[in-house]
Design a protein around this ligand. Structure first.
Ligand code: 3PY
Ligand code: MG
Length: 256
């Protein structure tokens, strides 16, 4: 039942990063808005957002099956992996992975035997049973496990993590990374940018797709790192609304 190619993938030379956004509220219209606005993929946030993994099937019903949705797990727990993938997500984003054993366990939970130990459920991904056989045949190749590198411990373990077989990608969390570096609330501080640059280059050297979150003060394209990324998430629903509304109000008040 899956129509999408495995996402994320390494960017072809000369092509820009695949751009998406983060949805944190459990309203299918937000996903529709993101797609109408031109997003190529969607990051659904069950870690910091108000979305539960058990409600994902319902949230994703309006999303065409060829649009990649990656679900960030509330925690790196097998139950959440099952629920996210059974809902038809193209992959999972696993918060703060700091060692290769954790990354390998996550990959195993996400892949059906013999590649891994994913449990067999019947959900939206399987066409509610009507597409069970074809989904199970394709799922290991089409679902991805993306690990977040967002701490100094994760950066130190990165080379080992990148060796994990079946890893689908790395997603950099600049906010947690900066906090872990003693620079809380400073995701664009030069030392943080330098560390991000190092992560990106190490991923690229191993041809592992690498992406990053851009929010608040950070602008995609503001430095050369943007051009080295395979995928990126630009802002999140709540802050995009807040920032845009604040700007509108400010402009309106300045002319009245
Ligand atoms: C972070 O910046 O810490 C994130 O996890 C963004 O998604
Ligand atoms: Mg984070």
């Amino acid at each position: 039942m899956l129509a999408q190619n495995c996402f994320p993938h390494t960017r072809e030379p000369g092509r820009p990063a695949a751009l998406g956004t983060i949805v944190t509220l459990p309203n299918p219209q937000l996903l529709e808005i993101a797609l109408l606005a031109g997003c190529e993929w969607i990051f659904v946030d069950c870690e910091h957002g108000a979305i539960t993994t058990s409600g994902l099937g319902c949230l994703l019903t309006g999303v065409p099956r060829d649009v990649p949705v990656l679900v960030r797990l509330p925690a790196n727990d097998e139950v959440y992996v099952k629920q996210a993938l059974d809902s038809g997500a193209a992959g999972i984003i696993c918060p703060s992975v700091e060692d290769a054993a954790t990354a390998a366990r996550l990959v195993s939970w996400a892949k059906y035997p013999p590649a891994g130990t994913r449990s067999v459920g019947i959900g939206r991904a399987h066409g509610y049973g009507l597409g069970l056989a074809s989904y199970m045949e394709q799922a290991n190749g089409l679902t991805s496990v993306v690990v977040q590198i967002e701490s100094i411990a994760g950066v130190r373990a990165l080379d080992d993590i990148l060796e994990v077989s079946g890893l689908g990608g790395v997603f950099i969390g600049p906010y947690d990374l900066s906090a872990s570096m003693g620079l809380v609330g400073q995701p664009t501080a030069p030392a943080v940018r330098k560390t991000i640059h190092d992560i990106v280059e190490r991923c690229r050297a191993r041809a592992v797709p690498v992406g990053q979150f851009f929010g608040g003060a950070q602008a995609f394209g503001a430095d050369e790192i943007s051009g080295r990324l395979d995928f990126a998430a630009l802002g999140l629903d709540t802050t995009l609304l807040a920032q845009s509304l604040e700007l509108q109000l400010c402009t309106a008040r300045s002319v009245s």
